[in-house]
Design a protein around this ligand. Sequence first.
Ligand SMILES: Nc1ncnc2c1ncn2[C@@H]1O[C@H](COP(=O)(O)OP(=O)(O)OP(=O)(O)O)[C@@H](O)[C@H]1O
Length: 302
Amino acid sequence: MNTDRREKTMNNHDERTLLEVNGLTKSYLDFQLRDVNIQVPAGTIMGFLGRNGAGKSTMMKAIMDLIKRDEGDIRVLGMSMPEEEVAVKEQVGYVGDTPLLNNAWTMERTLSFARHFYPNWDQEAVDRNLERFQVPFDKKISELSKGMKVKASLILAMAHQPKLLLLDEPTSGLDPVVRTEVLELLLDFVQDESRGVLFSSHITSDVEKIADWVTVINDGEILFSEDKESLLDRYRRIVIPGNGGGKAVETPLLFNCQSTMGGYVGYTDRFDRFQKVASGKWRSERLTLEELFVLLTGRKGE
Ligand SMILES: Nc1ncnc2c1ncn2[C@@H]1O[C@H](COP(=O)(O)OP(=O)(O)OP(=O)(O)O)[C@@H](O)[C@H]1O
């Protein structure tokens, strides 16, 4: 695409939106990604949670056009994928579920090869990150530990100063120290608020730690995509002590109600409303993201 057209396309979209996915579908023999709609605004870290096989990698690959979607519209900074693929890839750093690094090459060779493809290559940032993470320059990729490989992949993905990082389980299989380093790198990345990150994970505590937006996918469908704080505010565990709780749990504002030794326990996804209408004795407990994730995805389909 010529520069004028690209600038026009980029100027016509809402500059605060880095990624828009609308009506994305993809069918395999025994799996369907169904009508996926998400938006990643600039300045946001979106945690993308889902159980094994829920469709996280499929969605990310479809965004990068590594697999052909059946339907849907994908835009990065207002530019369409795959029609404007070259321009889009200048704005995206992608690390997929299978690392793209060539095992037989050193990091030095990898970087000096890759820099020719990107006009925005930032060698100073690369050097800074190599130093920060102590990634060996002259060892073959095959000789690096898993943690080092992840760091090397991230340094490479960020080297061309993308606006959007798309990372498929970047912290999986890493020890807590390396995981923390990787999370800090992502937080640093969005210090520039024109940037954003979408990262998938099973590790709910990582998402809870750094994401400001949480998207949960279950069996190919987005359950919700919401600001983390408002999500954790509106869901609560409600504990109703004593025998008198039976009537209280009949409210449609509670679900998954169970009687316990000391009374009743239920959950609400409209805590604001519940507070206004609930009578009698009760108390609320805030859920961790892990508890919420298990509550909403744990028993479905089993
Ligand atoms: N090339 C393919 N052909 C057929 N089915 C596929 C293909 N790729 C993925 N699938 C199926 O699509 C479903 C979603 O897979 P996907 O890898 O997107 O899940 P995921 O959420 O990333 O899982 P995990 O957390 O285990 O990596 C699975 O049932 C998987 O078997």
